[in-house]
Design a protein around this ligand. Sequence first.
Ligand code: ADP
Ligand code: MG
Length: 728
Amino acid sequence: MKNLRSIALKEAQDRKSPEVSSPSPKISEYFGSHVFDKKKMRDYLSKEVYEKLISSIGYGEILNQEDANQIASAMKTWAMSKGVTHYTHWFQPLTGTTAEKHDSFFEPSGEGAIEKFAGSALVQQEPDASSFPNGGIRNTFEARGYTAWDPSSPAFIMERKAGKTLCIPTVFVAYTGEALDYKAPLLKALAAMDKAAVEVCQYFDKSITKVNASLGIEQEYFLVDLALYNARPDLALTGRALFGHISAKGQQLEDHYFGSIPDRVFTYMVDFENEALKLGIPLKTRHNEVAPSQFECAPIYEEINLAIDHNQLLMDVMEKVALRHNFKVLFHEKPYAGINGSGKHNNWSLITDTGKNLLAPGKTPKNNLMFLTFFVNTIKAVHEHADLLRASISSVSNDHRLGANEAPPAIISIFLGQQLDGILDEIEHSRINKKAKEESGMWLGIPKIPQISLDNTDRNRTSPFAFTGNKFELRAVGSSANSSGAMTVLNTIVADQLVKFKVEVDKLIKKGEKKDVAILTIIKKYIKESKDIRFEGNGYGKEWEDEAAKRGLSNIKTTPKALDALVSEKTTDLFIKTNVFSKRELHARHEILLEEFYKKLQIESRVMGEVVNSQIIPAAISYQNELIKNAQGIKDLGIGEDALATPLALIKEISDHIKGVKTNVDEMLEARKVSNVIEDTREKAIAYDEKVKIYFDTIRYHTDKLEQIINDQIWPLPKFRELLFLNK
Ligand code: ADP
Ligand code: MG
């Protein structure tokens, strides 16, 4: 009898890629063709409304009903000219994916029917789905929620084979006003950042009226053949392989990173990039990653809200296009034990409306005072709220990367590169020299910062938060995460820090200190106070764990405990003060994240039990029966004990592993039962982590041993070597 694996293997081997061609050899000719961008706004709107909309995009000016009507009508006209029939509010609930509920433009009218899209439908919708995660917010007070238009992210057309839909990016909030999504708090954090950063910029340049955070998201992913994926219930239901002996060849030859991209993968990349480019996602880079079948793509950075919308949209597009190529794209942080996992590097900086990158060192010591201000305040903020930043990147899947045997560690630290690290030390220890002239190369006590070569900043790949020339790179974000979680935190803590900075500097100025001296005085103080968070060495090493412990830095390895920082008094004060989250919103989020944590472990544990009982043990028994027949035959032949030794040893070995795996699966089931009745969500999550998850490794040990013994012909699950190397 053929098993699913052998059918899948045959299918995977015979794959042919679909024909893919780009709309034009020039990307600029189709980039953004599916986006209601500024050019289309200008074409379809009156001059007055166009200008209002632009101002609303840049500065949050409120649009009135009439303006909204005109904009909706323009969007509809444009969309219909492209063959669109439906529209949807597109939002990012706390499930981590995106959500849409489509309505058609079509409306019956007196004499027949018309296509209509009113301003009110653009501005607000009520997705009456009460089954999004809400952490108790909507159950307690008000069952409904609504989505509200975010004009700062342009509408776009999602094209499917069967039809096209106009998507309007929105926030998703409860009727009580509390956020139920990722976008609403992000926008609030960005508003706080804008305000705080502009005020600090005023010390240096009065013409700055707006500061945007910018973000470039590098996205790592794995590809696996669809048939093989479907033959693995663990991959299909949990996104990661719960079983599987490591392939004899993995990444040890270091031959995959930046290697030549296999044809079938290349065709897929071109296909999804074309779709993404039409949607205005500025994809720039593609390459092989470290692990076999692992790849990366990266866009050019954008304003943060847009960059995150684009990353969420990109993930959706990548999943859809993958199916056309009979691929499954895996965004899970650790699909395969034993080889590298995937992350989502968040490259972050602050850029003014005058075009200045506040995290780019300047040419002279004098204009480096501004750079140092933002640079050091960021370091200080991360030092102050390291635990919160750690909480913001926590998830059950990211736990396999952070603090496991792979980077980045669960200890939050900052890597600056030798040059800047040295400069901060120098500033810390030198006296402020009010008389030093700039020409001397040492103004006030700030040394000249040499041009930072990227080489110098990017060498240490083991740091969770690294300065890379003109931006910080948060590398600890998981590949499947919505970056908003981490970016809301980062922008809030830096915004809050900038406010504190201004208060301290103003106090000195009031006392009669000169502005520059006051600024440098506070910078020096911050450098000293935040020193412990800076680490230039190897973040993977055991020595760092010891050193970090001595410095008093946290090293929280698992999500349920890391999430405590989300509801601590310090965090609550911070978020209330910056108007990003209310206490109730924070507790709701905490609850949702804990629930997600244990529910995912629950699913993994169930899938494990099912696959062991219904596939692995039966395969082991059937091979064992073959061996028993074989042993019996040998015995009947009467050719001596020697000939019996191997089949008998194998029979015994298989029995031992069957017993091992069965006992552990049964015990795990009992542990689940005990955990399931725990009322408190945090306690339940911890129980799942400490009492249920601990069986995974032992179960896997036995099944992986069986995989190596049992006749390859009857092993039911596609093996790692097949999952990882069959995509050429
Ligand atoms: P790598 O980290 O692999 O060396 P790159 O240097 O190409 O990658 O940069 C990675 C990402 O950082 C890209 O998305 C790029 O657009 C983004 N990036 C570059 N400058 C900035 C900036 N000032 N702010 C935010 N992101 C930036
Ligand atoms: Mg990078």
